[in-house]
Design a protein around this ligand. Structure first.
Ligand code: CA
Ligand code: CA
Length: 145
């Protein structure tokens, strides 16, 4: 079993997917999680690559957010699309990052992801509130590299 598969149990994955569903009830923004073992590239560069690979740059309001995790490297990146970056301060993701970091430090990856996802949804709410005609533009499933 690779490290990525050991990272989360199927039950934990379902809890994370539920968190994405809940978060997306607050905002028109789309949140996805990508988990892989390691990256030789700079993690930010790699997150950007995954963002495009998952076609996350195609949402109507350019408001998709990728939570990228390289398990073995103990690194994560929160990458928001242009529509978000245009309207939020530079430190917009810092509280979400802190929430995640705290859990990750204690080895609680599932809770880190869940709280990070919910926090991201709340943070996005002010700028991109949920709309009555909202569509689930991107899958809520966890992507694995
Ligand atoms: Ca949506
Ligand atoms: Ca979605």
């Amino acid at each position: 079993m690779s490290k990525v598969e050991a990272f989360l149990t199927p039950e934990e994955e379902q809890e994370i997917i539920s968190a994405i569903r809940i978060a997306e009830k607050n905002t028109s923004g789309e949140i996805r999680v990508h988990i892989e073992a390691t990256s030789e590239k700079d993690h930010y560069e790699r997150a950007l690559e995954v963002f495009h690979m998952l076609k996350m740059n195609n949402t109507k309001d350019e408001n998709a957010v990728l939570i990228y995790v390289a398990v073995n490297d103990k690194k994560f990146v929160i990458y928001g699309d242009k529509g978000i970056n245009d309207v939020v301060p530079d430190d917009f993701w810092s509280t979400t990052k802190d929430v995640m970091q705290n859990h990750f430090k204690h080895g609680d990856f599932k809770q880190g992801l869940i709280d990070g996802i919910l926090k991201a949804g709340e943070e996005l709410k002010d700028h991109f509130p949920w709309q009555i005609d909202d569509e689930d533009e991107l899958s809520n499933e966890i992507s694995k590299g």
